[in-house]
Design a protein around this ligand. Structure first.
Ligand code: MLC
Ligand code: AMP
Length: 511
């Protein structure tokens, strides 16, 4: 079934009730009814239909967060195309790669980016480029209003593509994870039940909508429950706290919880109306878990997932489901297989640390146009290798203890050292570099680089390198600090010993 149809069926009977209320941004508060979501997504879907795009067309979207951007996502599903969201921090070379790789039929970008984005898109054969601003400006809406506000959703099967999410690769460039209507719908339905979504629940939505967490987990959760959303275009801890008395559910990456804890007003009274706080996308420190419980009386529910699989495990939600254990990511979700295996692929007993592998209706179809990479990431009995390292406890709770993939997670965003090293190594005067993640009180991990200058060349200057990088790659990937050194530490095999670098810079951001 088309995922849109399932979400649409969950709209409440009273279509004039408020579905989304904006909490910030131009014109706030703006109220969008369920009827508005239905009519606006129909108009946009009709606009897409009028373009007579080939089946399976990708619609790439790099815009500021807005309700209209969410409606565009719904419209793409409704019209039966494939949604391709892009982080708005991505710079031209990153966008060029995604557009070149995905070959979208339609690109939607922010009005102020039309010049450079459309140039890239047209060069790669994209036929249509629209703009969408966060203040309801842009050509997408200008064109959509001329289309009817009724639309019969395209028929889609469970294994038809709904979205492609690019995730960075350990080596080389990003891979597009292909998610189907069935992947997304099965996971959304499982979470609706597991997290005990109830009539009257209200979600504070303060995450970006170009990744799994904000787009699928949060938005699908509220839509499938017919729940109102209080919609923040950007996370502001004080403003979010002020809205808790009108809300019941909040979802965030750990950085959001750390920043909320920095608010003096965060206490039991401020959270009295809340039912559920959910954390994920990066490890939640036990200190944050404990302090949150002390300050608010609520126990954060930590869950674990990834772009390729949506959600995999969760701490219990219902009163009879068991306790929420800090430092763990909980139990496998119903219908999801999770196993921990050794290097040979043999299952390990509780307490033993190994590779986390998963299976289930939520697991993606493969990487876009990368059959070999896809095959590498699945075992012969079709379990997906997550690249995470974990262990089960005797009660079946999973703890993620590390990653076999060389990945840094900063403020909930993934950064692959190889990509940043590649950009650093191209800078004048740089012979080689190594990028590591070190503990950071706000972002969990921060990106730090160590650079070796070319012999005889003037030593590159860290501030200048950082400035150059900011123009080339998304800002969250740019190292917070760069050190210039004579040599990188290597082992007998000549491999850079990143652990030594991490240890050396461990305390860089302490306190
Ligand atoms: C912003 N900055 C970051 C950063 N975010 N640096 C490192 N890591 C980050 N995550 C830097 C910018 O480069 C900039 O630096 C400065 O902070 C201010 O930028 P900003 O945009 O104003 O920051 P802010 O609005 O405060 O954003 C911080 C944040 C944001 C934590 C709110 O990063 C965020 O929304 N993170 C959530 C990511 C997320 O949704 N992940 C889910 C992935 S899905 P300078 O030097 O230029 O000033 C997934 C699967 C799953 O992983 O399981 O859910
Ligand atoms: P992404 O590729 O952005 O979808 O990131 C997925 C990765 O985030 C996972 O493979 C994990 O490494 C990490 N992750 C997500 N949730 C958690 C969590 N609760 N604890 C630890 N790591 C997590």
């Amino acid at each position: 079934m088309n995922l849109f149809s399932a979400l649409r069926q969950a709209f409440p009977a009273d279509l004039d009730a408020v579905a989304i209320e904006t909490a910030d941004g131009p014109g706030a508060p703006l109220l969008y009814s369920w009827r508005d979501l239905d009519r606006a997504s129909a108009m946009m879907a009709n606009l897409l239909d009028s373009l007579a795009l080939p089946a399976g067309s990708r619609i790439a979207v790099q815009v500021e967060k807005s309700v209209e951007a969410l409606v565009l996502y719904l419209a793409v599903l409704r019209a039966g195309h494939v949604y391709l969201p892009l982080n708005n921090a991505y710079q031209a070379s990153e966008i060029e790669y995604f557009i070149g790789n995905a070959e979208p039929a339609v690109v939607v970008c922010a009005p102020q980016c039309f010049g450079w984005v459309s140039k890239i898109a047209f060069q790669h054969g994209t036929a249509h480029v629209f703009t969408l601003g966060d203040d309801r400006s842009g050509t997408l809406l200008e064109r959509a209003i001329f289309h009817p506000d009724q639309h019969v959703p395209a028929t889609r099967r469970a294994d038809d593509l709904a979205a492609i999410l690019y995730t960075s690769g350990t080596t080389g460039r990003s891979k597009g994870a292909m998610l189907t209507h069935g992947n997304l719908l099965s996971n959304a339905r499982t979470l609706k039940d597991y997290w005990n979504w109830q009539p009257g629940d209200v979600l504070i939505h303060a995450l970006p909508i170009f990744h799994v967490h904000g787009l699928f987990v949060a938005s699908h959760g509220a839509l499938l429950n017919g729940s109102r959303m209080i919609w923040f275009s950007r996370f502001d801890p004080r403003a979010v706290l002020a809205r808790m008395p009108q809300a019941t559910v909040f979802m965030g990456v750990p950085t959001l919880y750390v920043r909320l804890l920095g608010e003096q007003g965060l206490n039991r009274a401020a959270c009295a109306h809340m039912r559920l706080f959910i954390s994920g996308s990066a490890p939640l420190l036990i200190e944050t878990f404990t302090e949150w419980r002390q300050r608010t009386g609520h126990t954060i529910l930590e869950r674990y997932g990834m772009s390729e699989t949506v959600m995999l495990t969760s701490n219990p939600c219902k009163a009879d489901g068991g306790e929420r254990v800090g430092g763990t990511v909980g139990l496998p979700l119903p219908g999801v297989g999770v196993r921990v295996v050794d290097d040979r692929g043999l299952p390990l007993a509780a307490g033993e640390i190994g590779h986390v592998q998963v299976k289930g209706p939520n697991v993606f179809k493969g990487y876009w146009r990368m059959p070999e990479k896809t095959a590498d990431e699945f075992t012969s009995d079709l379990w997906f290798k997550t690249g995470d390292v974990g262990r089960f406890d005797p009660k079946g709770y999973l703890t993620i203890v590390g990653r076999s993939k060389d990945l840094i997670i900063s403020g909930g965003y993934n950064v692959y050292p190889a990509e940043v090293e590649g950009v650093l190594n191209e800078l004048p005067g740089v012979a080689e570099s190594a990028v590591v993640g070190v503990p950071h009180p706000d972002f969990g991990e921060a990106v730090v680089a160590v650079v070796v200058p070319k012999p005889g060349a003037p030593a590159p200057e860290p501030t200048a390198m950082i400035a150059t990088l900011k123009a080339r790659i998304a800002n969250f990937k740019v190292p917070k600090q760069i050190f210039v050194v004579a040599d990188l530490p290597r082992n007998a095999m000549g491999k850079v010993q990143k652990k030594l670098l991490r240890d050396e810079h461990q305390g860089l951001f302490a306190g």
